[in-house]
Design a protein around this ligand. Structure first.
Ligand SMILES: NC(=O)c1ccc[n+]([C@@H]2O[C@H](COP(=O)([O-])OP(=O)(O)OC[C@H]3O[C@@H](n4cnc5c(N)ncnc54)[C@H](O)[C@@H]3O)[C@@H](O)[C@H]2O)c1
Length: 388
């Protein structure tokens, strides 16, 4: 297993990020700061309903149980590791079915029911183990339960390690749109154990790499080289992985700390995403996943940057096209529809499309674009370079 030094980065919202090689350290942290605080008495569903009354005065071992939710694939592949770190008598465990459909009101409700089916108090730790789906669902569940339980993220995909577990965005989907129900809710700690990544499928690696490359374009051009090297299992060394995760966490937490609620700098994190979200929407979230859409979206955003006279090369992205192997054939004749979808983006002000571009690698800028033909050209260029 990769030996990672511990790293603590504290942002304005007091989330902490730990790079540890032992989940038990997180558990010790959770127990030390939350479970052993006996001032709050547990409430149980079998008393007189959720939130009503307390159990007996003595706090037994069972009352100290944390609520743990884990992605089913992660649980299947890493059960021993998880059980060793979180002994079964100390946690109550709920398995989350894999996939985006788990970010739903009905799954959130099932997590609520599960949480209230045992002892629960305001400082019961809530631990979410999995990728962005489990993290977003778990984060919103933790934010909702008793108006907020202490949340601990254990990200198990590269995307979750470098992006979704950091920054405090939690939420679920609604027919109205993706991530339309949610809250900003920061975890107490995020724990990184890269041993989870040993079972991560290559397609999921690439999704995380898209976000790493994004940090390369908006902040640290060195990550363009490092992110591309991670795409090939032959060059994916533990040292490189550690460096990329640490650097990405620092960049994202730095941006979030400076702008926790996305009024200014945080919007930089949307580089490639305005284009990407349109593609995901047109695809109905079926064939193209988030990181793949962001990959294509960055190519389009770099095209617009160049058209506006900036220094913005897409060489690194195009070198990876045989790895991503995106099949965009169903969308190549639908550039105009994609542009229309982009005008509906919730981040737009009036009818212009608000875009994050780069003036040079590592230097983002935010601009509003009214020229629809420029956006259509960006899509056509992206289809051309990826499909030939
Ligand atoms: N909150 C945020 O700031 C934020 C940022 C970016 C993305 N997101 C959200 O994150 C979600 C995507 O996250 P994701 O890419 O991690 O997807 P995911 O959680 O669906 O995980 C991807 C797949 O990998 C499997 N998996 C997870 N860890 C594994 C492991 N260690 N070994 C083997 N298989 C494993 C899962 O079962 C799933 O099939 C989307 O819902 C997106 O909206 C949130």
């Amino acid at each position: 297993m990769l030996q990672l030094p511990s790293l603590t980065i504290t942002d304005r919202d007091e989330s902490r990020f730990f790079l540890f090689d032992d989940l038990r350290l997180l558990w010790e942290h959770a127990r030390g700061t939350d479970l052993l605080d006996k001032a709050d008495k547990p409430v149980t569903a079998d008393a007189s309903g959720p939130g009503a009354g307390s159990a007996d005065d003595g706090i037994g071992k069972k009352d100290l149980q944390a609520v743990l939710i884990a992605d089913e694939h992660v649980m299947a592949a890493h059960r021993e590791r998880i059980n060793a770190a979180f002994p079964e008598d100390m946690v109550r465990c709920f398995e989350v079915p894999s996939g985006e459909t788990s970010k739903s009101v009905s799954m959130w409700n099932r997590v609520m029911d599960f949480a209230f089916s045992g002892p629960l108090k305001r400082n019961t730790p809530f631990i979410a183990i999995g990728g962005g789906v489990t993290g977003d669902l778990g984060g919103f569940a933790a934010a909702s339960l008793m108006r907020g339980l202490p949340l601990y993220h254990v990200p198990t995909t590269l995307l979750a390690m470098v992006d979704s577990a950091i920054g405090g965005k939690t939420g679920i989907n609604h027919a109205f749109g993706k991530n339309t129900i949610g809250a900003f809710y920061h975890p107490r700690a995020v724990l990184f154990d890269t041993a989870f990544l040993e079972t991560l499928p290559q397609r999921e690696w690439l999704c995380g790499i898209s976000e790493v490359l994004k940090y390369g374009y908006i902040s640290d051009p060195g990550l363009l080289v490092d992110g591309a090297a991670l795409a090939d299992p032959a060059t994916r060394t533990p040292e490189l992985l550690q460096h990329v995760i640490e650097r990405s966490v620092r960049i994202k937490s730095g941006v979030v700390a400076a702008d926790a609620r996305e009024s200014g700098r945080r919007a930089w994190l949307n580089f490639g995403h305005t284009f990407g979200h349109a593609l995901e929407t047109l695809d109905n979230y079926r064939n193209i996943n988030h990181g793949e859409a962001v990959y294509a979206g960055m190519i389009a955003a770099l095209f617009v940057s160049r058209r506006l006279g900036y220094q913005a090369s897409d060489d690194t992205l195009l070198q990876l096209k045989e790895k991503y192997r995106l099949d965009l054939r169903p969308y190549t004749s639908r550039a105009a529809e994609l542009v229309t979808l982009m005008t509906h983006d919730k981040k737009n002000r009036d009818k212009d499309i608000r875009l994050v571009l780069v003036s040079a690698h590592g230097s983002p800028l935010i601009t509003s674009v009214s020229d629809r033909s420029l956006m259509t050209d960006a899509w056509k260029y992206t289809f051309d370079v990826l499909m030939t």
